[in-house]
Ligand binder design. Structure first.
Ligand SMILES: [Zn+2]
Length: 137
């Protein structure tokens, strides 16, 4: 076995059965990166230690062979952040379509609605609370 074959065999053995990357892993990786930048920007040693701890945890999870436990951690993360992730995803869609639609909230219940831009003043009826009001787009 030559040197390159040994290296390949070493990595194949290292990653065999490894859990790999998931959504929680990406968040901890990017979070650690942000903490690393903050530690340099603010000269904070606490941020540096938290960043290193984040990297260690990310690498531990990626190479872990306890797939059920890692998947359960990821599922818990996804469940706890679902509302926030939905809010961010919808905000991105609203930003992308901002030239096509005017977005607004119902003044009574806060339900988000949209009108096609250029449609003029319309009577809008909220689908949730049936409040009717005028909106110009
Ligand atoms: Zn409403």
């Amino acid at each position: 076995m030559d040197f390159m074959q040994r290296i390949r065999a070493f990595f194949a053995k290292l990653t065999y059965g490894a859990y790999g990357s998931d959504q929680l892993g990406k968040v901890t990786l990017y979070g650690s990166l942000i903490l690393l930048f903050l530690s340099f920007a603010l000269g904070s040693t606490i941020c540096w230690y938290l960043s290193i701890a984040g990297y260690v945890w990310t690498i531990f999870r990626m190479f872990s062979r306890n797939r059920e436990k890692r998947a359960a951690e990821n599922a818990l993360y996804l469940q706890k952040t679902e509302k926030l992730r939905t809010e961010i995803r919808q905000a991105r869609v609203r930003f992308r379509n901002r030239k096509q639609y005017k977005y607004f909230k119902c003044p009574q219940c806060g339900t988000r609605m949209r009108l096609t831009r250029g449609c003029g003043e319309k009577n809008v009826c909220c689908p949730k609370c049936k409040n009717t009001f005028k909106m110009k787009a």
